[in-house]
Design a protein around this ligand. Structure first.
Ligand SMILES: Nc1ncnc2c1ncn2[C@@H]1O[C@H](COP(=O)(O)OP(=O)(O)OP(=O)(O)O)[C@@H](O)[C@H]1O
Length: 779
């Protein structure tokens, strides 16, 4: 690590070592097979299922329950043959990923230290630390105020024209007849230097190394344990100052736009109790997993490529009421990840599980968690603050609500067990009341709001001391820098003696390096993504299209029209880089008379919930969205996912794409990039993304789109421009040349039909480090 970088890092984190720290290579667990033999004594005829990760750090175990590529749903195009992709291969990162870090980045500008990644915008909007004009308001304390300061401010950026590569036919329908050029990525701009995210991670790793380097840990879990209960880390003066500046800035640029505080529409469990039922359930059902009660999917079945295993739930050691709930939900067989993880979780092990999108991870952690609640003694009736036994953390409000709703489904025959959800955008007091008045053994929360409760709800911290199971859904994201502080705080607030479950569709090497902040050392790493296969689904056709910005609106419209014509049951998600760009794209498509909804962090929670519910139930609808929908959200039957502009990173690309092709269904994904964004393709080059045919845009369509753009409100364009500039400014590759960045931003402005780029407040330009850059207008 360059000495200069280390100096900057030390500014950010006083505990950094004085010499750069090198993390040694991971060693490899040789315990995996014997242990699995003990657990699945008759199963290891399928020893092909057990893949010892060559790179696995000690204590990790890779279990591939899908040793063969799914044939059932795969297309016979042979695109994937011969690819060698490590299941958890380390790969470069490219971009700032979540809005929480955007604000950190803004703070860091003053110190000229390394930048974090730019988030496209909010995930857990309640943590909303971004830099966004508006919604700043004072709160009870710093945390609260910071949290309420809103989602990311949007910044923005633009293009260099390059002729898109031509290709054959044009269909963006179901893709069955489309030509499928197997274009190779030329990625002329392959990273020679570290991306901001990589730099940040390097720094981060050094920070980690100083405290909890997995390579030198003897009991890495213990290091964190030692931190529990300790005061939050002291920040250096520079950081404090920067944060204060950011806060005051947020206050200054507040748009006085109070977010509506409304109750979510999450089902609450009833408050019946049935202790007898609970006790009955605990009688004989909870032995350690054995070969008789749990089976791993057979290779034969895996070869069929189904996301389902051959094991039925009723073959497992779960309680009758849970089984009834499962049956009512329509589940009979376990999915591969459920089958692979359940025995370990029921046995009380900490688990890090990786399984592809849409393969039932939520049930995989909820079902055994419910069994843990059942096993625990029922609280005394007059107990004022009954303990919370299971704590599930999700990065977004939508995901938390969804998980709570899934929990309620499974709890149908467990009347005494209650689920509550605490998420941003709702009234804290209301949540406090609900948690008081109703059973709440299982709490699903977004990190920011949970911290609010820890700090501001009387008796809440005591209730958390009852936690027996801690779940981090989308764990890699939660352990990333944007959430890290909140997660560390949360971990410190729950008992050391607990079971921890980490689930995600992506587990980057960096995450494996740091997961010990939450997991015990002897945790299980259960990887159901076969080594050498992609993390995406074979039945999802992935394409990329490179086109100059000024053609993108017309192309988007053409792609959508073609898809709609091709599939009457269309259901499309269009992902955009930031909330304000999302709003702009939605406005344009609406002007073009398409059936469009929009969802992003600038919308009130009640609106988000409404739109999300509508999209879940509908067909024939297009949802234009920011990354609030990128992870975990389970919209059934999405036929097409379009990603416009640079995804925050490789993982985000995979999660966004994962909104289609769920539960073994087919789907399509199109990544629409400008020529100068093409470098991103190198970060996903192991995925089967082919070059899309360039849609032919007829002059009428072009005019129609221009007209639609001219009808979009100026305010919307201004906000999109600023957001766009900010987003790309924080990208190391694009943001490093400010002159070029501004050129591109102004190109974007012209694409919206503006002759002059909108003026941006001086203060914001200053924070972006763009003051006095020619081509920008300030106000
Ligand atoms: N055993 C099962 N049989 C059939 N369907 C199931 C089963 N378990 C879960 N499902 C359904 O599968 C769908 C996807 O589940 P879920 O949202 O938990 O996936 P996921 O793996 O968490 O996806 P993501 O990675 O996108 O978060 C949901 O609609 C869920 O109800």
């Amino acid at each position: 690590m360059p000495a200069k970088l280390l100096t900057h890092l030390r500014l950010l984190h006083p505990s950094l070592p004085t010499a750069s720290m090198k993390l040694g290579p991971s060693s490899h667990s040789s315990r995996a097979i014997p242990l699995l033999y003990r657990i699945f004594p008759f199963k290891l005829k399928y020893h092909g299922l057990l893949l010892l990760g060559r790179d696995s750090p000690p204590g990790f175990r890779m279990l591939s329950a899908q040793p063969h590529r799914d044939r059932y749903f795969s297309r016979s195009d042979g695109r994937r043959s011969g690819r060698e992709v490590g299941a958890v291969k380390a790969r470069p990162k490219s971009l700032i990923e979540d809005e929480a870090e955007l604000s950190d980045w803004v703070s860091d500008l003053r110190t000229d230290s390394l930048r974090g990644k730019l988030t496209s915008e909010d995930d857990d909007s309640d943590r909303e630390r971004g830099f966004r004009g508006g919604r700043g308001r004072s709160g009870r304390n710093e945390t609260k105020r910071r949290r309420r300061e809103s989602d990311s401010e949007e910044f923005g950026e633009s293009i260099r024209q390059r002729t898109p590569r031509s290709s054959g036919g044009k269909s963006y329908g179901n893709g069955r007849d489309s030509s499928r050029a197997t274009g190779r990525f030329e990625s002329k701009e392959d990273d020679e230097e570290f991306s901001p995210r990589t730099r940040r991670r390097l720094g981060d790793r050094s920070v980690r190394g100083s405290m909890t380097s997995p390579m030198r840990r003897k009991g890495s879990g213990r290091v964190l344990d030692d931190q529990r209960g300790s005061k939050p880390q002291r920040r250096n003066g520079g950081m404090v100052k920067a944060e204060e500046e950011r806060r005051s800035l947020t206050d200054l640029i507040s748009e006085e736009e109070e977010e509506e505080e409304e109750e979510t529409e999450v089902d609450e469990s009833d408050d019946g109790d049935d202790d007898e039922y609970v006790k009955r359930g605990t009688n004989s059902l909870f032995g350690a997993p054995s070969g008789e009660s749990v089976r791993v999917a057979s290779p034969e079945k895996s070869a069929s490529n189904s996301y389902l295993s051959e094991t039925r739930f009723d073959q497992c050691a779960v309680s009758p009421p849970s089984l009834k709930g499962i049956r009512d939900a329509g589940y009979e067989k376990m999915t591969v990840v459920q089958e692979a993880t359940l025995p370990f979780i029921l046995k009380g092990k900490d688990v890090l599980a990786k399984a592809k999108t849409g393969t039932g991870k939520t049930v995989a952690f909820l079902l055994p968690s419910i069994e843990v609640v059942l096993k625990s003694c029922a609280p005394e009736r007059d107990q004022k603050q009954p303990p919370i036994l299971v704590l599930v953390i999700c990065p977004t409000r939508e995901l938390a609500s969804q998980a709570a709703s899934e929990a309620n489904t499974l709890l149908k025959y467990h009347p005494s067990i209650g689920v509550q959800v605490v998420i941003g955008g709702t009234r804290l007091a209301l949540e406090q009341k609900r948690m008081q008045a109703n059973p709440c053994q299982i709490l699903v929360a977004t990190p920011g709001r949970l911290r609010d409760h820890i700090e501001n709800t009387a008796g809440f911290a005591t209730r958390l001391m009852g936690v027996k199971v801690l779940v981090l859904d989308e764990a890699d994201h939660l352990l990333d820098m944007g959430f890290r502080k909140d997660i560390e705080k949360i971990i410190a607030a729950v008992p050391k003696q607990r079971q921890t479950l980490l689930f995600s569709a992506t587990v980057a090497e960096e995450v494996r390096q740091i997961c010990h902040i939450a997991l015990k050392r002897d945790h299980e790493f259960i990887n159901t993504v076969e080594e050498g296969t992609e993390e995406t689904h074979s039945q999802v056709r992935q394409m990329h299209l490179v086109a100059p910005l000024d053609k993108q609106f017309s192309m988007l419209y053409t792609i959508l029209k073609d898809h709609i014509a091709d599939d009457v049951h269309f259901k499309v998600l269009v992902f955009c880089t930031t909330a304000m760009v999302t709003a702009l794209v939605a406005d344009v498509l609406e002007e073009l008379s398409l059936n469009v909804r929009q969802i992003h962090s600038r919308k009130s929670q009640s609106y988000r919930t409404r739109v999300s519910d509508e999209f879940r139930k509908s067909k024939g609808l297009i949802l234009v969205t920011s990354d609030v929908s990128a992870r975990g959200v389970d919209y059934p039957d999405v036929t097409l996912v379009i990603q416009m502009g640079l995804p925050a990173d490789r993982e985000q690309y995979i999660h966004r794409l994962g909104r289609t092709g769920r539960k073994g269904k087919e789907g399509q994904g199109i990544l629409l990039l400008a020529p100068w964004e093409e470098f991103f393709l190198s970060t996903v080059k192991d995925l089967p993304i082919t070059k899309a045919p360039v849609p032919s845009v007829d002059p009428d369509t072009k005019k129609k789109v221009e007209r639609a753009l001219s009808h979009v409100e100026m305010k919307s364009k201004e906000a999109a421009y600023q957001a766009w500039l900010g987003y790309y400014n924080s990208n190391k590759k694009i943001g490093k040349d400010k002159y070029r960045l501004v050129e591109l931003a102004n190109e974007f402005s012209r694409c919206m039909g503006l002759d002059t780029p909108p003026a941006i407040p001086k203060l914001i330009l200053g924070k972006m480090g763009l003051r006095n850059v020619p081509g920008l207008r300030s106000k």
